[in-house]
Design a protein around this ligand. Structure first.
Ligand SMILES: Nc1nc2c(c(=O)[nH]1)N[C@H]1C(S)=C(S)[C@@H](COP(=O)(O)OP(=O)(O)OC[C@H]3O[C@@H](n4cnc5c(=O)[nH]c(N)nc54)[C@H](O)[C@@H]3O)O[C@H]1N2
Ligand SMILES: Nc1nc2c(c(=O)[nH]1)N[C@H]1C(S)=C(S)[C@@H](COP(=O)(O)OP(=O)(O)OC[C@H]3O[C@@H](n4cnc5c(=O)[nH]c(N)nc54)[C@H](O)[C@@H]3O)O[C@H]1N2
Ligand code: SF4
Ligand SMILES: [Mo]
Length: 682
């Protein structure tokens, strides 16, 4: 069989591997064996040929001269960044020799894998790696950094990661972007919303920051961080009080609507206004708009759930479409995530049965610093891949202190010498997704994609799958699961008897057509995978799990007396910390990282626009450039971007964020930290 690799020139189908809901279909233009241009695949049914600036400039990243070409061994102090070249043979020998000793002395749980979705390919992110660490009996990592609080919250209401088909949102008449910076983080949903707007739809954005998404809205509603559940309950109060609910839908497809009707009486507009900072008249106007328009669509973002109360907040917002029966209408409902439709056979892929040690401990990735500094028995070795925790995880100063431990053996597998890799004893070079075979499942649209290698591996770099094969061999793991080919792993994963939507999709079909759509039935009329089979407005399960059974506003945890809530969100031209080390993307971002601050706050603090400010709390400090205006409410400061080495900044924004754990799913609380801000005096 010829492969794309055999042809030095041509245009080849591909898919974006980044952790972004859009999962765009791509076309890679190749000349003399090199990719010279990345463009969108115009035939892709959802992304239709348009892609973001980040990926249009992807060649600058994959051929960046800073990209790692061969394995490295540390020669300087941890964190300093001095390394020398070694061979793969030596690297694998050093790692496995150390691991065998560590296992003999401290048991396999003293080894901790740390990874996330730097590459969304399922084989890369949750395939051979899981098999390997399960076989070893290493500590398990709870991968909670992104959306786990909100996912658990949504599941209590809806039973799983199921929402509308985004392709139907062109039919919506009211679109609420709720805590999502969609212009930067879900651009094709914006395209669909703009199409809907041409047909008369209104776009409303509810956010703590009037960023690019707020600026394109018909109506922008600023809200205080962590108070969205109160706003949703206030809307419910008015929907019931003014009889704008769909009684038939409530009776047929929900449980607990009578209890909810009583319960929301306490969330009157005055009370809600005081909590949220949204004026009473706006609460009425929004509720009436929502209650009298059809179909309505809520795109629920990640922002509101990166808080102490994030799970309950998403649980609450996700009740709204049920009140007005929106799920029955084409173009009505909500999307939090849609991965349920593309659920594959993860047991096959990950082989949890290889984990012979029954009570293997689980470490929450949001507590990495804590785990490295205090866990008993101690973590003696850390293996990082597909993630950059020193920059992206909360309480980064704690993480750095942990990484400095002389008795901690660290291996990092990445495309670049990231801030995390600088602490490694051994650094391994990773291939880019364009160099591998893998399959991709979107968590927003309903398509699954195949990636076949288009270019040869860069330098001596290797894929995650290949590295774990080598490690397994050197560890003496002879199980046949480590010799499976990529195509076999994909075939096995696609065979999921538990998911009807994927029944018609197999490897051969993907190889022939690159992508395929999950076949889904409308959610209603139908049965949800909740205990009652209905939308659970009142949830017995929540009560059993120790939460209020009804949606409830729970204030943020007291984070001390500093005057501002700090919301360090992502930016437009990076993808989390990815691209923050590529000059082209730093240049595209143009700006020095900024701190957005309300004019009145700035005046009281004696800070002027464009001045450098110091932001600090008991966890750390950071230096950014003040951007003064009306884009945030008083008492809130916002930054954008997970910069690694931003010019003029002193520390990473995550030096300031708390490693408190959210109310559900072990989630992160990046946006619930308090800080102080003052003019930088040199
Ligand atoms: N360009 C770009 N795209 C990305 C990413 C990126 O870094 N850059 N990251 C990817 C990843 S991993 C994810 S998870 C998604 C995340 O993408 P989104 O779902 O957009 O989530 P965030 O960007 O974290 O936050 C969204 C918005 O929530 C706001 N916000 C914060 N707290 C609150 C609150 O309490 N209430 C309300 N209403 N709003 C609040 C923030 O100001 C921000 O505008 O994007 C993906 N796409
Ligand atoms: N302050 C603040 N912090 C946040 C957030 C926020 O909004 N605010 N967002 C959080 C969220 S939602 C998320 S999802 C996390 C994301 O955090 P991470 O998952 O750490 O994401 P990235 O920063 O993109 O880092 C991914 C790394 O994987 C590497 N990589 C890419 N492909 C491969 C591969 O095939 N193999 C290997 N071995 N490596 C590869 C990349 O080069 C990159 O260094 O950040 C979280 N951190
Ligand atoms: S980052 Fe998102 S918008 Fe950009 S190409 Fe990838 S999937 Fe598409
Ligand atoms: Mo994320």
């Amino acid at each position: 069989m010829t492969t794309f690799l055999d042809r030095k020139n041509g245009v080849f189908p591909s898919v974006c591997s980044l952790d972004c809901p859009d999962q765009c279909g791509l076309l890679l233009h190749k000349e003399n064996g090199r990719i010279v241009k990345v463009e969108g695949d115009p035939n892709h049914p959802v992304t239709k040929g348009s892609i973001c600036n980040k990926v249009r400039n992807m060649t600058y990243r994959i051929y960046d001269e800073k990209r790692l070409k061969y394995p490295l061994k540390r020669t300087g102090a941890k964190g300093e960044g001095s390394f020398e070249r070694i061979s793969w043979d030596e690297a694998i020998k050093v790692i496995t020799k150390k691991w065998k000793e560590t296992i003999d002395e401290n048991g396999p749980e003293s080894i901790l894998p740390y990874s996330f979705y730097g590459n969304m390919g399922n084989l890369s992110a949750e395939g051979m790696d899981r098999r390997f660490f399960h076989r070893m009996g290493a500590s398990l990592l709870d991968r909670t950094i992104c959306n786990s609080a909100g996912s658990v919250g949504y599941k209590y209401t809806m039973g799983g990661s199921f929402g509308m088909d985004p392709e139907e949102t062109v039919d919506s008449k009211l679109i609420l972007f709720w805590g999502i910076n969609a212009v930067s983080t879900n651009m094709h949903q914006v395209t669909l919303a703009q199409k809907a707007r041409k047909n008369g739809a209104k776009i409303v954005v509810i956010d703590v920051h009037k960023n690019q998404t707020g600026r394109m809205a018909d109506w922008f509603i600023p809200i205080l961080p962590g108070t969205d559940a109160a706003l949703a309950l206030g809307i419910m109060h008015i929907l019931f009080a003014e009889n704008m609910v769909n009684q038939r839908f409530l009776e047929n497809f929900t449980v607990g609507h009578e209890e909810l009707r009583e319960h929301v009486k306490q969330y009157d507009p005055d009370t809600v206004s005081q909590i949220t900072g949204v004026p009473v008249k706006d609460i009425y106007e929004l509720s009436r708009l929502y209650g009298t328009t059809s179909p309505t669509f809520i795109r629920i973002g990640n922002g509101p759930q990166h808080h102490d109360n994030g799970g309950m907040c998403i649980r609450t917002i996700s009740c709204l479409p049920a009140l007005t029966g929106q799920w029955m209408n084409k173009g009505g409902g909500a999307i939090k995530g849609n991965s349920g439709f593309l659920a594959f056979n993860s047991e096959y892929l990950q082989r949890p049965d290889l984990l012979k040690y029954k009570r293997t401990r689980v470490i929450n990735m949001n507590l990495l610093g804590e785990a490295l500094l205090t866990s008993v028995p101690p973590v003696k070795s850390l293996y990082v891949y597909g993630s950059n925790p020193v920059v992206v995880a909360p309480e980064s100063n704690k993480i750095q202190r942990g990484m400095e431990r002389e008795d901690l053996f660290v291996v990092v597998h990445d495309l670049f010498l990231t801030e995390t890799a600088k602490y490694a004893d051994i650094v391994l070079p990773a291939t880019s997704s364009f160099e591998n075979t893998d399959f991709y499942t979107s968590y927003w649209h309903h398509y699954i994609h195949l990636q076949q290698p288009v270019i040869d591996a860069y330098g001596e770099s290797k894929s995650n799958v290949d590295v774990f094969r080598l490690l397994a061999e050197a560890m003496g793991y002879e199980d046949s699961v480590f010799s499976e080919k990529e195509s076999e792993m994909i075939s096995g994963a696609l065979n999921n008897p538990g998911n009807d939507s994927m029944r018609m999709i197999d490897f051969e079909k993907l190889a022939a057509q690159q992508y395929a759509k999950a076949e889904r039935q409308p959610l209603f009329p139908g049965e949800l995978p909740t205990p009652s089979g209905k939308i659970e407005l009142c949830s017995k399960k929540m009560e059993d799990d120790g939460y209020p059974a009804l949606p409830t506003y729970i204030p943020l945890v007291d984070d001390g007396d500093f005057p501002y809530l700090f919301v360090p969100a992502p930016n437009h031209n990076f993808l989390n910390s990815t691209f923050s080390n590529n000059d082209k993307h730093v240049e595209l971002e143009k700006k020095h990282p900024k701190l957005h601050m309300n004019q009145k706050d700035a005046m009281n603090a004696g800070i002027e626009d464009g001045e450098m400010v110091r932001i600090w709390n008991e966890r750390g400090e950071c230096v950014l450039k003040a951007n003064i205006g009306e884009n945030v409410l008083q008492g809130v400061v916002v930054s954008q971007g997970l910069w690694a080495d931003a010019p003029g900044t002193k520390q990473l924004v995550n030096a300031l964020t708390p490693d408190r754990i959210a109310d559900m799913g072990g989630g992160a609380t990046f946006f619930s930290g308090r800080v102080n801000v003052e003019k930088l005096t040199l």
